[in-house]
Write a protein that binds this ligand. Structure first.
Ligand code: FMN
Length: 207
């Protein structure tokens, strides 16, 4: 079977982690490498990965996350932060991002203009910059979970938290960053439950 499909079958939203098992530093590093390799719209990389390994901070965080045990029993929690302020059209970070492509100046200027136009006409009428950055963060979330699964490491993606409270506890500078989503990582203590999915026939249309 295809190695990616194997990893995707191994992955499930792990509800009970074995608190005694910790992820090796080199495996965590591989997972973080997968995170930073993730694609993002216009290559904006509108994220930051805050890794929580200290039990103390995770103990403090848990009540703000629906008291879910994954926060404290997992080996690590990665908080994926969105960077909404830096991706605003006109922010120097945008020019710097396009500048990294090493294109001639007029091509860079055209990209910056195309970005501004796209954001103003397609993105911002439908959502704010936090939501747009979060969409990108969720791609990194998927890559983190698949990379972990490929190494036999379990994960639980987590949206079950109070955003403002989490940001206060973690002392996030919300002028620069906002919490998009969390992912707990570690090793399962329960058996994987049966998978429930709609059929491909129902979900896929080929034209
Ligand atoms: C963005 C996102 C947020 C989620 N938040 C939580 C959560 O806070 N707690 C939890 O136990 N599961 C959470 N889940 C897990 C889903 O319930 C789970 O992925 C879904 O039921 C399918 O099950 P499976 O992942 O085991 O195949 C979340 C999943 C996603 C993708």
């Amino acid at each position: 079977m295809n190695a990616v499909i194997d990893a995707l079958n191994f992955r499930h939203a792990c509800k009970k982690f074995d608190p005694a098992r910790k992820i090796a530093t080199k495996d965590l590093d591989t997972i973080l490498e997968a995170a930073v390799l993730s694609p993002s719209s216009f290559g904006m990389e509108a994220w930051k990965f805050l890794v929580l390994q200290s039990p103390g901070i995770r103990e403090k965080l848990r009540p703000a996350c629906w008291d879910q045990t994954q926060i404290t029993d997992s080996s690590h929690v990665i908080v994926i932060l969105a960077r909404p302020d830096q991706v605003a059209p006109g922010h120097p970070y945008v020019a710097e991002s396009f500048g990294r492509r090493g294109l001639p100046e007029d091509a860079t200027t055209a990209y910056i203009e195309k970005y501004r136009h796209h954001m103003e006409t397609e993105v911002l009428p439908r959502m704010n910059l936090y939501a747009w950055c979060s969409k990108q963060c969720y791609i990194a979330l998927a890559d983190i979970m698949t990379a972990a699964a490929a190494m036999g490491i379990d994960s639980c993606p987590m949206e079950g938290f109070e955003k403002d409270r989490v940001e206060r506890i973690l002392e996030i500078d919300t002028q620069k960053f906002e919490v998009a989503v969390l992912v707990a990582l570690g090793y399962r203590s329960d058996k994987q439950p049966p998978r429930r999915r709609h059929s491909k026939e129902k979900l896929v249309e080929i034209r």
